[in-house]
Design a protein around this ligand. Structure first.
Ligand code: AMP
Length: 365
């Protein structure tokens, strides 16, 4: 069985690494000849909207999936017309690619969010903030990730400069949410509709990029998060892994966004769950029974961003598991992650603290 993947970055690489024990083969389409999953299967070098390359990928694959949400929706629709086996479905891409559609979609499903307003002109922006309390965040509706395409508005004095920087894009204005925590829930739904939920991840960001994701087994907000993500899964007739990012405000969850793919906040599942998100994504799209999502100890993941740690320094930390992506370091680029998994909570705290120190040193070097 051969799986085609749009994109050959670290997420595609980890999907392939999970697929080899299941006897699967892989073919990737990615415009970059250096893309880091390329060595794990056949790599078609080409653009995501090159119809001849898409047709080639479809011809070589039994099932097709993708590793990032900015794949042009018309690319997956084109493949969908040739084969029914493209998962997650392209309507999930359509919704998640536009923050305004996404927020409206949440509302239609009764999933709460921050207050938000459409902003197409400077007048829209001024009207939206009129008589309301700051702060706000102005975001581009499309192609934002890792905090890119976002401007904080602390007072009226910030309006003109915020508009100047994003005026070329269709935008959405969001009320700033005074959250206590950021969490995400990762869930899997198979072709025949079997659903499994992972324990919540609690997420810390650095400079708008995910730094730490920790498994929160038995979190008091697990049921609320499962309820919200299950509404998305059912209404999208979803297949594969989905990640729903949420703000915890006094015990009430507000949805920020969802990703129709495997997600960085679920990397701890490789060692920290009975079945990883990558394996369950493959099981889901192949309509195989889903594996247990139970946590197998204390688990968390730390990202290395822009700088690579020495392998020996990571492996000197008890219970640390290193995942190098095979990418050359560049500012703001995720190049590796490390999972810590332990039986003992005390050991967990010590190893995570050592790992965070190491990550901060590597960032500053
Ligand atoms: P996003 O690209 O929407 O995931 O935003 C990146 C990060 O910015 C989030 O993980 C939050 O830390 C922060 N953020 C985004 N939107 C809001 C909001 N409405 N209120 C507070 N913080 C936010």
């Amino acid at each position: 069985m051969k799986i085609g993947i749009l994109g050959a970055g670290q997420l595609a690489r980890m999907i392939a690494l999970a697929g080899y024990p299941l006897g699967l083969e892989f073919v990737f389409l990615d415009p970059s000849p250096e893309a880091c999953a390329g060595k794990l299967g056949e790599h078609l070098v080409g653009a995501y909207d090159d119809l001849s390359m898409l047709a080639k990928l479809a011809a070589k694959s039994d099932v097709i999936t993708y590793e990032f949400e900015n794949v042009p929706a018309h690319a997956t629709e084109f493949i969908e017309r040739r084969t029914n086996n493209v998962y997650p479905p392209s309507n999930a891409l359509n919704v998640s690619q536009d923050r305004l559609n996404e927020k409206n979609y949440f509302h239609d499903l009764g999933i709460p969010t921050s207050d938000y307003w459409t902003v197409d002109t400077f007048r829209d922006l001024k009207l939206a903030v009129f008589g309301k309390n700051y702060p706000f965040i102005l975001k581009t509706r499309s192609f934002g990730y890792d905090g890119k395409g976002q401007v904080f508005l602390n007072s009226e004095a910030d309006l003109a400069s915020a508009w100047e920087s994003l005026k070329d894009y269709a935008c959405i204005l969001e009320a700033f949410v005074p959250f206590q925590r950021e969490v995400s829930i990762i869930a899997a739904r198979s072709v025949s509709g079997e659903v499994k939920y992972y324990p919540l991840s609690e997420n810390l960001h650095k400079g708008g990029i995910l730094r730490v994701a920790e498994c929160r087994e038995n979190d008091h907000l697990q049921a609320q998060a499962e309820d919200y993500v299950s509404r998305l899964l059912e209404s999208l007739n979803y297949v594969g892994i989905i990640a729903l990012e949420l703000f915890d405000v006094d015990g009430k969850l507000l949805a920020n966004e969802f990703a129709p793919r495997v997600h960085n906040s679920g990397h701890w599942t490789i060692e920290g769950a009975e079945t990883s998100q990558f394996e369950n994504h493959l099981r889901a799209i192949l309509d195989l029974p889903l594996g247990s999502t139970a946590a197998v100890g204390n688990a968390a993941m730390v990202n290395f961003i822009g700088g690579l740690p020495e392998t020996a320094d990571v492996l000197a930390i008890d219970n640390a598991h290193l995942h190098l992506y095979g990418k050359s370091p560049r500012k703001g680029r995720k190049v590796a992650h490390v999972t810590v998994r332990t039986e003992s909570k005390e050991q967990f705290e010590e190893s995570i603290s050592n790992l965070k120190k190491l990550a901060d040193q590597v960032d500053e070097s």
